[in-house]
Design a protein around this ligand. Structure first.
Ligand code: AKG
Length: 320
């Protein structure tokens, strides 16, 4: 069986996971995704929906959007509530387990998909020319490939804020295991996809999808009566450049914790010592060679692991 490269870090020295279960590990490696129900509480969902709706209403009237689907990018800079999700306590340990601590945000977006006309259901799911064709996320001209496959370059967390439990409510569909395929297309641009591998993410509000963005994905039309609203946060290693921003605004950074600043692409002392101590002769980027204060997520993960170990040591063994 083909196996998927998983972590960005020393492979022979992988520490115990902070939160990832063996089944989540298996799913992420073999299927390319897993679901986490109740990742967000009903209160969080309600608060986030409020912000999405407020922002969307503003853009809808200012830009005369009508009922077309709309995406807001770099939402971490739009509202402190969106920023808070970048290091959500239920999700951050999973990100560190899956990608390591040398990571940052690549993108954050909110997607609003109002109800669509029934005609949008006529085309085959993800067909070329349909409203949302099959694709995997990639920069212009694609990722470099290794033996035809896309290496593990980034992951996304999708947060679903509206009820998607009914088919054709605008749910995302992923092709299970497609990160382990060369993803060929035929002369018409069709992708030979086995219907048995298509997983429709029909979930309740508050569910998170944790997935490799190499996975082929498409959307089913939203034939429900309410707009589908969801959020996506993409993470990648710090030595790649983000897609939504060069640098976040000072007022956004001012409200960040050190870990959030790392995730928004900032450096610690590397800010004033970006090229190292010998910049004329041996410049070295602190993104390429971070020091610990550039990546507070490293200490955060160590502290969490330590407190988990202490708790385990203090817990009396079960007598049953
Ligand atoms: O779920 C959606 O609306 C779009 C998801 C998507 O294509 C992406 O995040 O790359």
């Amino acid at each position: 069986m083909t196996t998927a490269p998983t972590a960005h870090g020393p492979l022979d020295d992988t520490p115990a996971p902070l939160s990832l279960t063996a089944e989540q590990r298996r799913s992420f490696d073999e299927d390319g995704f897993f679901l986490l129900e109740d990742a967000l509480s009903p209160t969080e969902v309600a608060e986030l929906l409020h912000i999405v709706d407020e922002r969307y209403a503003g853009y809808r009237s200012a830009r005369d959007l009508g009922d077309q689907a709309f995406q807001m990018r770099n939402i971490v800079a739009l509202d402190p509530l969106f920023l808070r999700l970048v290091d959500h306590p239920r999700i951050l340990p999973l990100i560190v387990d899956l990608m390591g601590f040398n990571v940052q945000l690549r993108t954050s977006h909110a997607d609003v998909r109002p109800p669509q006309p029934p005609a949008d259901a006529a085309a085959e799911l993800g067909a070329p020319g349909s409203f949302f064709p099959w694709h995997s996320d990639a920069p212009q001209w694609g990722w470099p490939r290794v033996a035809g496959l896309i290496p593990f370059m980034e992951m996304k967390v999708g947060y679903y804020l509206t009820d998607l439990s009914t088919p054709n409510s605008g749910e995302i569909c992923v092709v299970r295991g497609s990160h382990l395929s060369t993803q060929p297309t035929d002369a018409e641009g069709q992708r030979p996809i086995d219907a048995a591998d298509i997983v429709s993410v029909n979930v309740r509000p508050g569910t998170a999808l944790i997935w490799r963005t190499q996975l082929l994905h498409a959307l089913r039309p939203n034939l429900s009566t309410q707009a589908r609203r969801c959020l996506y946060y993409g993470y990648h290693p710090r030595w790649i450049r983000p897609s939504d921003f060069h640098q976040q605004r000072p007022d956004v950074l001012a409200r960040c914790s050190p870990v959030q600043r790392q995730l928004l692409g900032e450096l610690g002392t590397g800010q004033s010592n970006y090229d190292g101590d010998d910049p004329d002769v041996q410049p070295v980027s602190r993104y390429w060679r971070p020091q610990d204060d550039d990546i507070p997520l490293k200490a955060w993960a160590q502290d969490l692991r330590q407190s988990q170990q202490q708790l385990q040591e203090q817990t009396p063994p079960s007598t049953s």
